[in-house]
Design a protein around this ligand. Structure first.
Ligand code: DX5
Ligand code: ZN
Length: 549
């Protein structure tokens, strides 16, 4: 399971990677947003969670190696290195400029090359198709070197367009032959190369069978779900006598809706004047978290599997002790039993008294996010809870009831705080009516938090449905708990689609408003036209869109 990856912190870092990359590409007026974004979760999970590396000591003997063979994803790669601490992210804005260290394709770092490279780059990505061979060379050398070095991993990122290169298949035979179990290749399977779709240009499928036939252990994941990538990397660490291939099914340009799965954005930069709106979009990813206590009682496994099939982002677990709230649901032991049901992150909402006394049980139950109530702990108790969660790689959260204001002391705990739940019902039951009076509080809180540098998520919990989701979105929430709205009506599939649809309408409205403020509305609508059409009616822009050429 993708446990102790501090899920929300990892998501946030990967969001920052996309934001730096798009600024660099827009500033340069050229670059590859498509690949930078399709590989963002892969590179981010490696650098921020899995790889043994040290930005303050790039040549560390015991480090794992990362070979970026799909070199055109350079803006995303540079941004990942910057967010990981190898150089100041601001430098991304010099991308492709004369004299910049960050050129179109990465250059292997050395004293000799230091003027056009940055520490941490292990490989000069020129024409593609070569990186896997270099990775095999390093993995073989490490194996031949010494017992100690056998443990270093070599990770190689390759593309599916790049897989047209014959050298890739020569290399894959060699890796199978030498049983390189210290080598993990990750295929960024975004199904687009240059100006078209891979299966039209040079079909690669059945991809999995190909690599397995070359004696590789193959895993396949959703390449934008960090929990699945962490899972596959954990499994790869258990494989012996075989190299590992992780096929990561991704979407080119993922993160910016008009760039997603669109060959046009393989190697094209957005107009610089769009940058602010694009940054707003990247900061506005919505996460849907169904609350499994809603609807029919028990049968939690089944309820989890049903929403997992609908592509929700995480599972909201309402723990109620019958004292802090007038209802009792389940506790850490039940969560522990549910853990193997899914790799989806567990968002545990503890409505219990004295959470500090019981926190270890929830840490051991392998929750990914643990939120306690501000009304149930003192400042010192919360600080201790927060510290223990961060140490355990769990995202810490705090919840406030409708009648409660944020405690002043919380503004001194924002650094390691990943989520704030603003309750929109009095806690205790699912299926209650949303309290609109919390909206102005959410707006004010969100403003105050941003002012204090809060980079985490605001979560809306209680009475969320298609309408109140939009209202909470406008008020600043980006994580939406939905109980009755998902499990209450018997049509889980339709409900999740409708919540996603409403979140998209709220996003498009926000971006249109921003574009209007920047006086680029027609220009933005032109770039965004095919995305806006399904929402034109709800956004009241049918006429305007019709005349947009
Ligand atoms: C209430 C819980 C909520 C609730 C959500 O105390 O914290 O998570 O279960 O269910 P709905 O969406 O039905 O209000
Ligand atoms: Zn809840």
């Amino acid at each position: 399971m993708g446990f102790n990856m501090r899920y929300l912190d990892l998501k946030r870092k990967i969001r920052d990677v996309r934001m730096w990359a798009i600024q660099g590409i827009a500033e340069a007026g050229s670059g590859h947003p498509g690949a930078s974004f399709s590989a963002a979760e892969i590179m981010g999970t490696l650098y921020f969670r899995k790889m043994k590396h040290d930005p303050s000591n790039p040549g560390w003997e015991d480090r794992d190696y990362f070979i970026n063979s799909k070199a055109h994803s350079a803006p995303g790669f540079y941004s990942t290195l910057a967010v990981a601490g190898y150089f100041p992210p601001e430098e991304i804005k010099t991308l492709r400029k004369l004299g910049s260290r960050l050129q179109g394709h990465p250059v292997r770092y050395s004293e000799h090359q230091k003027h056009h490279s940055v520490p941490g780059i292990e490989y000069s990505g020129g024409s593609e198709g070569i990186g896997l061979s270099v990775g095999i060379g390093i993995a073989l050398a490490r194996k031949l070197d010494s017992e100690k070095n056998k443990r270093n991993k070599v990770y190689v990122l390759i593309g599916d367009g790049e897989s047209n290169e014959g050298q890739i298949w020569e290399a894959s035979m060699a890796a199978g032959k030498f049983k390189l179990d210290n080598l993990v290749a990750i295929l960024d399977r975004n199904r687009i190369q240059q100006d078209g779709f891979t299966e039209d240009i040079m079909p690669l499928d059945p991809t999995k069978d190909k690599w397995a036939a070359f004696n590789w252990q193959v895993f396949e994941v959703d390449g934008h779900r960090v929990e699945q990538i962490v899972d596959a990397l954990n499994k790869a660490a258990q494989v012996h006598d075989k190299p590992v291939m992780i096929i990561a099914n991704t979407i080119k340009g993922n993160g910016i809706r008009h760039m997603a799965n669109n060959p046009q954005w393989h190697g094209k930069a957005p107009p610089k004047r769009h940058t602010e709106v694009l940054l707003e979009e990247l900061e506005s990813e919505c996460l849907i978290a169904p609350s499994i206590i809603a609807g029919e009682r028990e049968n939690y496994e089944d309820k989890i599997r049903k929403v997992e099939r609908e592509g929700v982002d995480m599972i909201h677990l309402d723990v109620m002790d019958g004292r802090f709230v007038p209802n009792t649901t389940f506790f850490a032991d039940t969560i522990k039993k549910l853990r193997p049901t899914t790799s989806l992150p567990f968002d545990a909402h503890l409505m219990i008294e004295k959470p500090l006394e019981q926190i270890q049980e929830y840490i051991d139950a392998r929750c990914d996010i643990i939120t306690v109530h501000a009304e149930a702990c003192t400042e010192n108790e919360f600080r201790e809870i927060q510290e223990r969660l961060v140490d355990a790689g769990i995202s810490p959260g705090i919840a406030i009831n409708p009648g409660t204001d944020v405690p002043k002391w919380l503004y001194y705990c924002l650094h390691d705080l990943d989520v704030i739940i603003v309750m929109s019902v009095n806690p205790g039951f699912a299926g209650q009516k949303f309290m609109p009076e919390v909206l102005p509080k959410m707006v004010a809180l969100n403003k105050e938090l941003r002012k204090h540098g809060f980079k985490g998520y605001v979560e809306a919990d209680g009475g969320i449905d298609a309408i109140t989701l939009q209202q909470s979105y406008d008020a600043g929430a980006r994580i939406f708990v939905a109980g009755a709205a998902v499990y209450g009506g018997g049509d889980i599939h339709g409900s999740v689609i409708q919540l996603r649809h409403k979140a998209a309408v709220a996003l498009e409205k926000r971006l249109l408003n921003h574009a209007t403020q920047l006086n680029i509305r027609p220009d933005w609508m032109k770039a965004r036209k095919h995305i806006l059409i399904p929402y034109a009616n709800e956004l009241g822009i049918e006429e305007e869109l019709h005349v947009t050429k």
